[in-house]
Structure formats: structure tokens, C-alpha cells
Design a protein around this ligand. Structure first.
Ligand SMILES: [Zn+2]
Length: 173
């Protein structure tokens, strides 16, 4: 079973993906995760991606889709994949179609997360992260102590309301 999760940043794809994967006996494939692990492992595509990241540029679609394609060949995806954040644009959707075809897979479902912007801003601005161990929290305020290590919880710049609205604008464009 291969499922693609689609929708705005902050809509909850990353929260639902592991739950869905678990109930289907599949594994989650998040673009950011596979990209980071390719860079860490120093694969040819990972090294290529790192060149763009080091310059502060966006990693091009063909590199991202290549990394996703390589990840899909791993045994953990033998029973299926829940694809999270792989497709944001029409060219990425077309590219993903080719990657799936090449790996002999078909998509069983696309789940669209339809949520209005005000809810996303409310949801993300309620998120904090431990300064020390990076554990994420929802519904806890900045300045409180981390349950795990006692570090201070902070709100990431990315999760400030203005930054969120800007990300949503970029997504809609
Ligand atoms: Zn902590």
C-alpha cells in the first residue's frame, strides 16, 4: 500500500504519517528525513544535495526525487510507503509519478489535508521546542522547562505567526 500525503505545511501530515504507516504495516518516507540521511551517508546524490544546501539554495527536484527513489528500494518500504512532503508542485507530482513507476509501485491513495490558514497558524504557533535536546512540544509555552532534560522551551523563528503566513503564501503560489 503506497499513500501520498498532500497539503499545506503545518496541516498535520507529519503527525498523521507515522500513525497511518503503523496501521498499514508500511513505513513513513518524509522528504526531509531521506535527504538528511543521504547527506549524512555521503551517497553521490547526498553529496550533490549538500552542495546546494551549503550555498543556501533549494535542492532541485531531480536530486530530491532521486533520493526518494533510492530510499524506496530499501527493505523497510517493501510493504509500502506513506509519502510525506514529497510533492508540493505540479513538476514534483509528475516526477514522483515517474519515480513510483520506475520502482514498480502505484499509488493507492492521495490524502489531501484540507485545513484553513488560521488553524495552521494557531496550531504551529502553539509549538515549542527544547533548546537543548530539540524535543518538540505542542501546547506548551516558551520559557517552560523540558520534561526530558530540564532545558528551556523556545519557539522557533519558523513558527512565529508572520513566518508561518509567509510559508503558506509561498505554498499557495
Ligand atoms: Zn530537553
Amino acid at each position: 500500500m503506497n499513500i501520498l500525503l498532500f497539503g499545506k505545511p503545518g496541516a498535520g501530515k507529519g503527525t498523521q504519517a507515522p500513525k497511518l504507516a503503523e496501521s498499514l504495516g508500511a513505513a513513513t518516507l518524509a522528504t526531509g528525513d531521506v535527504l538528511r540521511s543521504a547527506v549524512r551517508e555521503g551517497t553521490p546524490l547526498g553529496r550533490k544535495a549538500k552542495e546546494f544546501m551549503d550555498r543556501g539554495d533549494l535542492v532541485p527536484d531531480d536530486v530530491i526525487l532521486g533520493v526518494v527513489g533510492e530510499a524506496l528500494a530499501r527493505p523497510e518500504y517493501a510493504r509500502g510507503a506513506v509519502l510525506d512532503g514529497v510533492v508540493r508542485t505540479v513538476p514534483q507530482a509528475e516526477g514522483m509519478h515517474r519515480v513510483l513507476k520506475a520502482s514498480g509501485r502505484t499509488l493507492d491513495a492521495v490524502v489531501y489535508f484540507d485545513i484553513d490558514n488560521d488553524h495552521i497558524v494557531e496550531r504551529l504557533s502553539g509549538r515549542t521546542v527544547c533548546e537543548k535536546c530539540q524535543t518538540p512540544y505542542t501546547g506548551r509555552n516558551a520559557g517552560e522547562a523540558c520534561d526530558k532534560c530540564g532545558g528551556t522551551l523556545v519557539r522557533r523563528k519558523d513558527d512565529e505567526p508572520d513566518a508561518i503566513r509567509n510559508r503558506l503564501k509561498v505554498y499557495e503560489a
